[in-house]
Write a protein that binds this ligand. Structure first.
Ligand code: GLU
Length: 290
């Protein structure tokens, strides 16, 4: 069997915390034990939130932890043409459409629908897009795009689902309800997800799928919070004809109140822990690794 290829893919929009340390160490160990490769990917598509000093800190904190990775590092902001090409393919397949409503307009549309009963929400709790831009005639779309109006490119979930047929992925870890093994993917729970915007010409879902394929990643090991997103990733892989990695979702490190850690919390930031004299070995202990 060829050696497994894993990746750790942080976003440089804050400093790494214990949760990142756990994920990076699991990936590193798993690659090591199986004589595999560990790649590092910098997910910096959101220029409004990502900063070079956070990227530098990622390299320093991982090195301090004893994690090593292959060079060169892939920085998503340098590969926008790859995502553009994927969007062109999706458009040619007829599963992409632009929407033009602002967030406030979408909220008002959802509110109007909620007057007639509950409106569905995605697994993150956000209401599904009401689909009002989907039936816009091509001539209106073109006119609005030409006018320079802001837009979001959305996946036509119904059309994509029809194209893809049945979908499943192999889970080596487990989901929030203990799901493991072959998992039936139900991307429709996310509705018509945004795959790109005028100001950010790609999205997390699209770039993660394209990069995992381009980088030959065979195993995606990441936090449980992304378990439900995997359905969208599987759908995109299938319609774009990309190879299918196996997935391993791991537990999240939580604070003493059981909340997911945040990048702004000083109590669990790797920099703060290091400044307080905590050693890498103690970090392993704090996240429950031997
Ligand atoms: N960049 C994502 C994050 O920092 C992780 C993406 C992934 O592992 O699929 O949460």
């Amino acid at each position: 069997m060829p050696p497994p290829v894993l990746r750790f893919a942080p976003s440089p929009n804050g400093f790494l915390h214990l949760g990142h340390a756990f994920s990076a160490l699991l990936n590193f160990q798993s690659a090591r034990q199986r004589e595999g490769r560990l790649l590092l990917r910098i997910e910096d598509i959101d220029a409004t939130r990502c900063r070079p000093e956070f990227e530098t800190a990622i390299y320093q904190d991982l090195a301090w932890l004893g994690v090593s990775w292959e060079r060169p590092v892939r920085r998503q902001s340098e590969h926008l043409a790859d995502y553009r090409a994927a969007l062109d393919r999706l458009a040619a397949l007829g599963v992409l459409y632009p929407s033009f409503e602002s967030r406030a307009e979408i909220a008002a549309l959802v509110k109007a629908r909620e007057a007639n009963g509950a409106w569905p929400r995605d697994p993150d709790g956000a209401p599904l897009y009401p689909g009002t831009a989907k039936p816009l005639p091509a001539i209106d779309r073109d006119r609005r795009l030409r006018s320079g109006a802001p837009f979001a490119l959305r996946l036509d979930m119904e059309a994509a689902r029809r194209l893809a047929g049945d979908l499943a992925w192999i889970e080596r870890g487990s989901g929030p309800d203990g799901e493991t093994g072959e998992i039936l993917a139900r991307p429709e729970i996310w509705g018509d997800v945004v795959l790109a915007r005028k100001d950010i010409p790609t999205s997390y879902h699209l770039s993660v799928v394209i990069d995992d394929a381009l980088q030959g990643v065979t195993e995606v090991m990441r936090g449980l919070d992304l378990f439900r997103s995997t359905a969208v990733h599987r759908l995109l892989q299938k319609i774009l004809d990309l190879p299918q990695p196996v997935y391993h979702h791991h537990d999240l490190i939580r604070d003493s109140e059981g909340r997911k850690l945040s990048k702004s919390s000083e109590a669990t930031g790797l920099r703060e822990l290091r400044a307080r004299g905590i050693t890498p070995a103690q970090v392993r202990g704090l996240v429950g690794l031997p």
